[in-house]
Design a protein around this ligand. Structure first.
Ligand code: AMP
Length: 182
């Protein structure tokens, strides 16, 4: 199973990606987590990404694409994966397709967890009290609109997009995803 999880900040994307990873026993590759870890440890990738992540901007395509390219060649992911936070731009989506073609692998589904703008803001601002500056949260939501919506169209045109209601409880969202994958 090779899955991409798409959704705005506050859509529950991270939670569902962890659950799917566990359910199908496939590794979760979360670019946000990898970048945060890299920043904390001061790795090359983390140092390159830091200034962008801290402003809520996308890390430049060439940095993240090269990283994911190397990651998807590693032996632990030959049996499948759940990608969370990648692709984030149409260019990243195209590059991922090229790579999968070369590896003779196919994407199973891109799963879009949809929430309304008000749910998005409400969940994010709740979280931002602990984590982030509200201005950065707003910037992430704007980035989502600009970059991720074209990706939904990209996968929809290829007949690979599943859209699910993310306003429900995490258990129900998971159940609905698993049902639609059957
Ligand atoms: P996330 O936790 O997925 O929201 O990611 C946190 C931050 O990491 C984002 O705001 C970006 O700065 C960066 N990031 C994560 N994934 C990507 C990606 N695929 N392309 C560019 N930047 C990314």
């Amino acid at each position: 199973m090779r899955l991409i999880i798409l959704g705005s900040p506050g859509s529950g994307r991270g939670t569902q990606s962890q659950r799917l990873s566990k359910h199908f026993n496939i590794p979760e590759i979360s670019t946000g987590n990898i970048l945060r870890e890299g920043m904390a440890l001061g790795t090359d990738l983390g140092n390159q990404a830091k200034a962008y992540v801290e402003k809520g901007e996308w890390v430049p395509d060439e940095i993240i694409i090269e990283f994911m390219h190397q990651r998807l060649l590693q032996s632990d992911v030959t049996g499948g994966w759940v990608l969370e936070g990648y692709p984030r731009t149409a260019f990243q989506a195209e590059e991922l397709d090229f790579l999968l073609d070369r590896l003779e692998q196919k994407l199973s589904w891109a799963i879009y967890i949809e929430v309304s703008e008000s749910v998005m803001m409400e969940r994010c601002l709740k979280r931002s009290l602990k984590e982030d500056d509200p201005d950065i949260v707003k910037r992430r939501i704007e980035n989502f609109r600009e970059s991720t919506i074209p990706i939904l169209e990209y996968y929809d045109r290829r007949g690979r997009l599943l859209t699910l209601d993310g306003s429900l409880s995490p258990d129900l969202v998971e159940k609905n995803i698993l049902n639609s994958l059957k």
